[in-house]
Design a protein around this ligand. Sequence first.
Ligand code: ZN
Length: 193
Amino acid sequence: LSAGQRLRVTDPEGEQVADLVAFARGDSGEWLSSGRTFDYQSSIRLTTGDRLWSNRSRVLLVIEDDTVGLHDFLLAPCSAEMFRLLYGHDRPARGCFGNLAAALAPHGIAPDAIPTAFNCFMNVPVGPDGKVEVLPPISRAGDHILFRAETDLLIGLTACSAPNSNNGRLKPVAWEVLPARDTAAAGAEAASA
Ligand SMILES: [Zn+2]
């Protein structure tokens, strides 16, 4: 994703999570950080207008549009080990983590460098006692979230394969890269208005 371009992630059928990670293109030492984002946004609930920050305190993405308003940035991507420990699976799927690791390896990103993902549409309420739950997403068919890149990025995106996160049914996600807004045209419009 180049600076200015937008990434639209759509849930075509509803109730499907999509994990997203982002790295500065050409420098995988800078990545999208949940901790920095919570710090600067003063919230763990991120939606339209919010900025998503890197471990080096730069804005990597801005949420331009969001038809759901409920996402998670707390929980790590599901993985084979997690399926063994939490679900008791004998032959676990590799999950979001395995998919991200495979997709990012050709770009020089080792599995241990994969951070907590921004989990589009994931419903993880935090109780007053600090307990977290994983509930079905509230996203419906066609719901989407639109990110704008503030710098050149490498993005990893998965369709999550954790049964509890997706109300028991694993479904596709859709994504589309939209061009940068034509700021010159927008400026001319504003000038003529
Ligand atoms: Zn997952």
